[in-house]
Design a protein around this ligand. Structure first.
Ligand SMILES: NC(=O)c1ccc[n+]([C@@H]2O[C@H](COP(=O)([O-])OP(=O)(O)OC[C@H]3O[C@@H](n4cnc5c(N)ncnc54)[C@H](O)[C@@H]3O)[C@@H](O)[C@H]2O)c1
Length: 313
């Protein structure tokens, strides 16, 4: 099938492109390389370097490629940036996304797979792990723009008949993750600093916890969503939480890191404990995670070892 992946040069989107190409699909990518990297791009995918906020350019790619499915990963994906500049967040995550929706209905796209967030939607959850029906009360403009776009999908389904699947991700980690971004993710930062022998700082007491999922498992969820889960919303998650202190200990063993961490202030607005129940995805998408935390961390450390040894690769 023909699949258009937005954000296909980014961390997660590039793994999804690889999985689609490996499964024999024809793939085109839209990415403006705001945070993505050309090195991530699969050579067998057609690249269109453009900004989703430009409706004419988006329409031109969709009408010439004529995808069966659009997989929408591109986003302003950083929580602190959304707090600092909520209007920019909404321009990319809402207006950019709406341009893509409009071009999709105008060109007979069958389905749009939208990548939302589980970690930034529920605030401090009432129960852990929480399921997809948990009340939504985002703490950041990023969480709000993601949830708002989910509502547009319902409208476009009811009014124009465009099928959708929403995948609400947990905290994703693995090769190609940017450890230098403003909100570089915890595993990428710890692993790269430990390998380089640099000091590591844990925010707060480190007993806060997250649901961590390996990026290879995210790719298989996106394969499952091509044919299943029409008009449904699913957690793509491990289903359990791990504390930041546990992650530190596991990564220290894998990297041979002997230094003690220092502790900084707890980050304002951070959720303390969260995990996302993935029972619905198991039942309706036929998907479940296959990579254990130990295996995923080990592959990630291997990747960052190579990056630290050859930073430009
Ligand atoms: N990383 C996580 O833990 C996580 C968790 C929940 C949800 N998500 C979601 O997954 C998706 C991918 O996130 P990621 O971590 O790979 O981040 P990323 O920054 O690596 O990927 C985002 C991609 O979108 C592109 N992009 C940004 N603005 C664009 C625009 N205006 N036009 C075209 N392309 C644009 C970037 O260049 C980049 O390649 C995002 O939608 C994000 O919100 C990520």
């Amino acid at each position: 099938m023909k699949i258009l992946v937005t954000g296909g040069a980014g961390f997660i989107g590039s793994h999804v492109v690889d999985a689609y190409v490996a499964a024999g699909h024809e793939v085109a990518v839209i990415d403006n390389l705001a945070t993505g990297n050309e090195h991530n791009l699969n050579r067998d995918a057609q690249m269109h370097r453009l900004d989703l906020r430009d409706p004419a350019e988006v329409a031109s790619v969709v009408s010439s490629f004529k995808p069966d499915v659009v997989n929408h990963h591109a986003a302003q994906a950083e929580v602190p940036k959304s707090v600092a500049d909520p209007a920019f967040d909404a321009q990319v995550n809402l207006i950019g996304g709406i341009n893509l929706l409009k071009a999709s209905v105008d060109n007979g796209v069958r389905k749009l797979i939208f990548i939302s967030t589980g970690g930034a939607l529920y605030g401090e959850p009432d129960i852990v792990p929480c399921d997809e029906d948990h009340p939504v009360r985002p703490l950041s403009p990023y969480g709000t723009s993601k949830f708002c776009f989910e509502q547009y999908l319902g409208t476009f389904k009811r009014t124009f008949g465009l099928d959708f699947t929403v995948l609400r991700y947990a905290n994703i980690y693995g090769p190609r993750q940017d450890f230098q971004s403003e909100e570089g993710r915890v595993i990428a930062i710890f692993a790269s600093r430990m390998i380089a022998g640099k000091p590591v700082t844990i925010d707060g007491d480190g007993e806060q916890s997250r649901d961590m999922l390996y990026v290879g498992d995210v790719a298989t969820a996106n394969l499952a969503a091509l044919d299943r889960g029409s008009n449904g919303t699913y957690h793509v998650s491990s289903g359990f939480d791990v504390t930041i202190n546990e992650l530190f200990r596991k990564l220290a063993i894998l990297t041979g890191y002997k230094q003690q961490p220092s502790h900084g202030p707890r980050r304002r607005g951070d959720v303390y404990r969260i995990a996302l129940d993935n029972t619905r995805a198991q039942r309706e998408l036929g998907w479940q995670p296959a990579v254990s935390l130990e295996e995923g961390l080990s592959s990630t450390v291997d990747y960052f070892r190579q990056r630290v040894a050859a930073p430009s690769a």
